[in-house]
Design a protein around this ligand. Sequence first.
Ligand code: ADP
Ligand code: MG
Ligand code: MG
Length: 915
Amino acid sequence: MVKQSPRKWVYLFTEGSASMRDLLGGKGAGVAEMTKAGLPVPPGFTITTEACNAYYEAGKQFPPGMWEQALAALRIVEQQTGKTFGDRHNPLLVSVRSGAKFSMPGMMDTVLNLGLNDETVQGLVEQTGDERFAYDAYRRFIQMFSKIVLDADPREFEQKLDEYKERTGASSDAELPASALKELVAEFKQIAERQSGQPFPTDVYEQLKRAIEAVFASWNNKRAIDYRNFNKIPHNLGTAVNVQSMVFGNMGNDSGTGVAFTRNPSTGEKELYGEYLLNAQGEDVVAGIRTPSKISRLKEELPQVYEQFQEIARRLERHYRDMQDMEFTVERGRLYMLQTRSGKRSARAAVKIAVDMVEEGLISEEEAIRRSDPTQIYQLLLPRFDEEAKARAHKEGRFLARGLNASPGAAAGKAVFDADRAEELGKAGVPVVLVRPETSPDDVHGMLVSKGILTARGGATSHAAVVARGLGLPCVAGCEGIRVYEEEKLFRVVGSDVVIREGDEISIDGDTGEVFAGVIPTVEPDFEKETELQKLLSWADRIRKLGVWANADYPRDAQRAVTFGAEGIGLCRTEHMFMEQERLPIVQKMILAKTPEERQAALDQLLPFQRSDFIGIFETMVNPRTGECYPVVIRLIDPPLHEFLPNYEELLVEVTRLEATGADPEALKEKKALLDAVAAMREMNPMLGLRGCRLGLLFPEITIMQTRAILEAALEVAQKTGKKPQVKIMIPLVGHVNELREVRRQLEAVAKEVTAEAGSAVEYKFGTMIELPRAALTADQIATVADFFSFGTNDLTQTTFGFSRDDAEGKFLMKYVDGLDAPGLPEKVKILPVNPFQTIDRDGVGQLVRMAAEKGRAANPQIELGICGEHGGDPSSIEFFHEVGLDYVSCSPFRVPVARLAAAQAALSKSEKDK
Ligand code: ADP
Ligand code: MG
Ligand code: MG
């Protein structure tokens, strides 16, 4: 029988590399790669993530061979350092560091100086001739080991330390004399023994074993599990353990420790950015015990070290071709690198760094695009607080509390505590911030008109957060520093006597979660001035195959869309145009008309309004570079007519009141007639009722008027400017080819009439939305009478799932996504991975899109295919539409840059897959 050699559980830093992240964790792979590159890294080894998993599988036992391999690796580290673990004259000390594949705050802290006991500490004194240093290292070790491995309460150690500082008059740890530190070591040991109920381990091998176990155990502590749940990191990755020989930053003023980024992580500026402390160890820099110095000061304090560090930073960046976040220690003038990883950065910095790196020749344009995050781009385009004004607000003590940064952007306005009031004020043009304990679907009407949302409870997936992100509204959620009293219409700031009442102004920062009293002015980002972003997007435009159009109903939105780079309008809704104050009464007259003549008279009044709306849009939709017109898809009236009429219940109350008070009989008669008409139009399921093309079939005058207005507008613009508007008339909610055929027949006739009258022609096309399953299933038939399809994926999702969006999102859909309590199971059960109204359901709704696209193209090869649902601005959905081979996506103007980037990423990842 062949003897199976045991698995390899342990890798020396000299054996690993950056590509072994899964096995060695991020930290282990980083130090191995730096070692390989010849950078000064203290020698050490990594116990693999597989060992961690095997440890759990074996019921918390080291897997066979692991400990022996670790000891063998330790022997090699002894040779590399010339020191011996546990030796009383020349002891090797190590750090034990956790390190999973993804950096995870909430996991084990690092144990430094492991290998010290009453004997080896003497060796350290001999070696360094510095008793103070040796006992400082020892007391730190006991403190850390107790806290991390023995699970002792760290406060008692800190109190003791403070006591000693006070007694000796030392202003910082670094000033404690050796004699005090010696006593402290004895005291610390006693505390540790009392708290843990066991003697403090003096055997250095036992120390090592237990520290390794503690790292493994930390993978499954509650904080770590919560963190993984929140960030969707799988639970079966395991953590690696790094055992590394110590270097000391606390050996005097030619020693120190620090952290630095290769570029500024908030602005992206190309400069070393970080902090350090002289004569300090480990996490002293971030612990806030002493105030660290800016990294640039190191140039004066230790010029050679600074120069070397700068050089290493440059090399690491070139090597990884990305901005690095580094940790280092200086021991008696010698620099050691302890960690490197890709640095976290703001949205602004991300774009700048990517573009700069292309220009420096470090990465390709494709890579810059691949690395960029479309959602971050969206953040860059939202209004934000003027930084100086915000700093002033802090200085003036107007900062109130901090919650979760649940949806980006900045908002200021009057605090309002209920949705109805928010709606009232918001509609009157007053900027309001809706403040709620938490929100529910009943609040949505108020959220719609608010500038921002603030809630005291709820997390990043709470109703408030989800809805706000969907609406592009800034939101601070789960702000536990405030108490909201709905009834009294006020909130109190916890721990102070500040009270904010209805009508008081507040400001919220959705990027940081900060809440302030008073108004902080916001600045609209100026897209024209975002030169780096413009550059990145221009590269994206060269790569992407999908066109990016926008949904815009007004010239103002259309203008914004063009500025953001839209190449057409994929959806211009006409019903908003009916809602405006001066027009609504005419629209109502039109709807309630008893004879075709009455109806026609009202429509004749509406025509000039509609025509001027369309003129505005056509004039705006011009390619700024070529001067040519962009295509504009105008959708004919779509919603059920009763949306334009007064509410039935309110009317009923009104009529009853008039009857009871015996008021003016004329007024009563009029109201009654209105009530009858509204009652006649009531539907049980308006979304499935008389709407879309059905309206045009029953009341052809309406769509005929709209078509006339559209074409007259196009003709006028053509005449005025000499340009050629590209008119696309879209007929909504078609389920049967005969519907489209008949509407189109009528409208073609009008179009011929209008162009004949004008004596000149404009180009126009007729198409339809594919938003009903039956339309998708019979797309081949429909395509014979359509010049284009636009997938209305909002309605298509509603009708395919049988979800009424308005009800579903509030009542059960979010539970489907977040998880439902499942009797008999320990964990919640998720029915859907994501909200299908946000990200297209590829398996269901997506199949209908794919099928309709294929059938449509087969029956009519000229057909143009686009999508105008909200999915048009969602990166994952865009990837799918690219794969299906649509011609363009259309999304809200603010999402146009997002879609340009996402479409390029889709093109890149597809070409990758095709390789
Ligand atoms: P974290 O993941 O929390 O950053 P690390 O394992 O990186 O934890 O350790 C934190 C700090 O401890 C390091 O930044 C470094 O200052 C110090 N440290 C870790 N290992 C060593 C070592 N071998 N020698 C000196 N300092 C070390
Ligand atoms: Mg670190
Ligand atoms: Mg629709």
